[in-house]
Design a protein around this ligand. Structure first.
Ligand code: ASP
Length: 329
């Protein structure tokens, strides 16, 4: 998470300049009606939780309701496609994670261009992932999980929220590192996957702390490890996957807000201002901290920082995904 901050710091100055310029334009009439914030996964999951936390606070700031809508399908690409084709009037935005950067490599025929068909609002927060087992899944710790995974392979059910989801990305890297193949169980988001894990219908789930931390603290799941480079201060006993023998394993889930290409700069600036206010709202900060997420520094809460980070992430994941042989037509 520290590394992400340092790399992104390079674009901070440019981003700030863009925001100041845009804010100077008049935005008196915007917004004059509710704004849709599209979540590409099912309600109740980590992306949805983050969206609803922000929407409640942004609604107060904007004086208009930010309505969270779940548009599920194809690992987030259905929602991204819909937003890329929405009217660029400042009333439709998308909240998305790393999937925005992995989709161009994963999908041979993506019906939109992530670098050409969107406008950018801001980076939001970084979230670690956790590797979990259901309470009735035999392994009790990471060492036992690795041994069991290598032995039982496809008898193990592993959730994913579609090609492009970070749960799927985590599963891909996990199977590649272990040299084993699990049985993939697709869900419309990891909210429903968590319900299945808690009910014992699913064996393994890799998911953001924004959903998993409360279940870990309530001892309703088995925690095997974390996907960050270093251990997490709030889960000190959980090993990193890297230190457990999965060399170089690291996923941090980052989030951004996008609009269709061509949203007026005044609307982008006003929505960005409301987002920045939400990220300073004590209730939002408390909730985000409680869920193990880290709000990006203010210098990264702007369109240019998101745009630059998105392209760097496209370049980062492309070779890794190609090596893993993950594609959809
Ligand atoms: N955690 C999910 C994913 O795998 C998305 C979600 O349901 O929020 O990408």
């Amino acid at each position: 998470m520290q590394i992400a901050k340092t790399v992104r710091g390079l674009v901070a100055a440019l981003g700030l300049a863009t925001t100041v310029l845009a804010t100077s334009a008049s935005a008196q009439t915007y917004p004059s009606k509710p704004i849709s914030l599209i979540v590409p996964f099912a309600a109740g999951g980590p992306t949805d939780v983050l969206a609803r936390t922000l929407a409640a606070s942004m609604t107060k700031n904007l004086g208009q309701t930010v309505v969270v809508e779940n548009r599920v399908g194809a690992g987030g690409t259905v929602a991204a496609g819909a937003v890329s084709k929405a009217a660029p009037d400042g009333y439709t935005f998308l909240i998305h994670h790393n999937g925005m950067a992995t989709a161009p490599t994963l999908y041979r025929k993506l019906p939109y261009n992530v670098e050409k068909d969107f406008s950018y609002v801001s980076l939001i927060a970084d979230v670690p992932m956790t590797l979990l087992g259901s309470k009735n899944f035999p392994p009790n710790n990471m060492g036992e999980f690795i041994a069991y995974a290598k032995k039982e392979g496809d008898k193990i059910n592993l959730a994913n929220a579609g090609l492009g989801a970070v749960s799927q990305l985590c599963g891909t890297l996990l199977q590649q590192s272990l040299g084993t193949k699990f049985t993939a169980i697709p869900y419309s988001g990891t909210g429903p996957a968590m319900t299945a894990l808690l009910g014992g219908q699913l064996d393994v789930l890799c998911d953001q702390t924004t959903q998993t931390l409360p279940q870990i603290k309530a001892d309703k799941v088995k925690l095997y490890g974390v996907t960050t480079k270093d251990r997490l201060s709030y889960l000190p006993d959980a090993p990193t996957l890297n230190e457990s023998g999965l060399k170089g394993f690291e996923i941090v889930v980052w989030h951004g807000i996008y609009g269709p290409k061509g949203v007026p700069p005044e609307a982008i600036a006003r929505f960005n201002e409301a987002l920045k206010a939400a990220l300073k709202d004590p209730a939002v900060i408390q909730k985000i901290n409680d869920l193990g997420a880290v709000i990006v520094p203010e210098s990264q809460q702007n369109p240019a920082a998101l745009q630059a980070w998105l392209s760097s992430e496209i370049n980062k994941w492309a070779p890794l995904l190609k090596a893993a042989g993950q594609y959809a037509d």
